[in-house]
Design a protein around this ligand. Sequence first.
Ligand code: NAD
Length: 242
Amino acid sequence: MTNSPLRLLVHGASGRMGGALLRLVTALPELQLVAAVSRDGVAGGAVGLPAARMDEAPDFDVAIDFSLPEAFPGVLALCRSRGTALVCGTTGLSDAQRDSLDSAAAHIPVLWASNFSLGVAVMDMLLRHAAPLLPRWTAAMVETHHVHKKDAPSGTAITLAQAWQGAGGTAAEITSVREGEVVGEHRLRLSGPGEWLEVAHGAVDRDIFARGALAMAARLQAQPPGRYAIADLLALSACPSR
Ligand code: NAD
């Protein structure tokens, strides 16, 4: 028996991430793009809608949002009113906006992540497992990004260091390097008596974030209402029975 594809709405469709989502979704039989929403409205094999007319969007099963904080309340309200799942990668949300994700999670499945790389999600899990096994080992992170990146250390470096420390690891020292056009590299060296262990992740292009969000969409849609993290959904099948 074949399942019909999930109907996908992309919010922030004219942006860099939106463009990647629209391009990559065409290769995924489990997802069908039905609406592409942006400030001005774009079409990419779907209904192109300006944000002002978002409530006219056709029926959909799951939304992926990579937009801006000021655009985020609109897509959250739409998902709540339609009772659909929301995968959100928009960064810079205010505390109140983060709280609104928690309130919405009582009604719909919600996944927000600051980094949709599946490799980074697994690195996070590895560090959580390793920390209690390597007591008193020191941790030193080097994160390298392109010269245009304004914040340092990166949000991902902070999240990974927190994963290690939160599971009992020692405080991690973070060094930031800004070099050429490096998309992103996070290298954590753990040192114990007479030995060291290094865990590293490198990003080659931005498509990894779009791929990660698309991989999570079908998994999230199959869950009951609640707040989810990538780690909660990673082990689930990409095509849950519906
Ligand atoms: P972008 O500036 O290229 O695109 C922004 C999109 O938002 C555009 O489509 C624009 O039309 C839309 N938009 C802006 N204002 C709007 C409004 N009022 N109503 C509706 N739509 C509106 O940005 P980008 O590089 O594609 O990044 C988008 C977001 O994703 C940012 O917050 C960025 O930090 C985040 N991001 C997250 C990850 C992750 O893994 N979580 C990875 C990369 C980027």
